[in-house]
Ligand binder design. Sequence first.
Ligand code: PLP
Length: 460
Amino acid sequence: MTARNYTTLIQTLKQEYRQHSPRSAQLQTQAGQVLVDGGSHSLRLIDPFPPRVRTAAGAYVVDEDEHQILDFWQGHYANVLGHNPAAVTKVMAEMFSKGQGLQTGFVEQNQAELAKMLCAQTGAERMRFTTSGTLSTMYAILLARAFTGREMVMKVGGGWHGAHLWGLKGVHHHAGFEQVDSVGVPSELAKDVIVTNFNDSARLEEDFRENSNQLACFIVEPVIGAGGMLPAEKEYLQTARQLCDKYGVVLIFDEVVSGFRYRAGDVGTLYGIRPDLVTMGKVIGGGMPVAAVGGKAAIMDQVSRAGGQKVKFSGGTYSGHPASMAGARAMVAYLIEHEDEVYPRLAKLGRVTRARVMDVFEEAGVLARFAGESNEVLPDNSLCMLVFPRRDDCNLNSPDDILNPEVCDIPLGDEVFKLAMLLEDVHIVHGLGALSTAHTLADIDRLCEAYRQSLKRIMV
Ligand code: PLP
């Protein structure tokens, strides 16, 4: 597809969207007077305004303009069972009715039961909970640096591990991934972050060789989320494990997106590779703010009394929050118990959705592809990023291609289709988003019809 200037089209779509959702538009103006850009998470704050959502159930949310919006954002990809699943809400409603849930500041039993399940499902020996994936990856890196006594952190270009100081380099493609993506990061610290390529074992070996004496950890997502929903090649993760063993580097699998998305546990297990530390979040919380760091006792115990509390991962006011622990325990228990139903269903929905949506774009003669199509370990993927390559023969196996505006038409997926689909009451992120067991084949039909209508608007 040739580069196109979307300025006029976007203006038209915004105008139609204002007419489509007048109440959300009005509420955004009011919110913008007190909240930065009208909210607290930039990705949610669609330009010119997001739908302001009142209620949510299953595959749908209802906004202040009474639209029933078919949602593929699904709680930042967390909701594998859809919004407000009964498996969690029933347990929580009952808990609150008994005067439980807000006994913040005490330890209760759900936390230990949850940790027990997570350790059993991931092979981690110890676990500690936090309130966000960001904190979990930050603490994992701190643990690795303390354990090795080394400074440097290696990550993958296009990998998003949350907005902490080690996470803010190499996220967006600025003709490469070498830049720090925020002002304010100490320059010395940014120098300690090395950015390597995803699914590129030769480059990984070279980067390890060059920095081996100073390298504390390699943090990588077995399925890279923001970088394209791409499963890593098995050989790449095997190489990472071997290099970490060879050079005494801590291997961290960031499974904040992939944990409990493809099986009731970590994805490292499917690859047959055990990291030294694993981070999880999103799905395991069941809609509550729960994340975890787990891994080898020798590394985790640097936090413990026996380990001299060398690493200050002492927790925060809301870590292990009773209501969150109850929600997370209910979700994780449900997923373990229903593993044989949930994951084949997600896989099938992913397969069907990808095929049907591709048909729509082929019929329209518009070049589009799903990133993260398949691999030997994960043949089906319920996380779907739809991209618009500029040429038919592009390799879409790495964030270097998917997030590179020279290779893919990023505004078309992220802005133009997003607005056009909202006019059809379908909410997509990065071209599409996440499927849940609450989505039905009828919803996929509706999605396809929305793409068809959007194409009519866009391809004029
Ligand atoms: N790690 C990965 C792979 C993520 O995708 C994210 C968030 O999207 C994070 C960490 C940060 O998690 P949170 O948003 O819960 O802080």
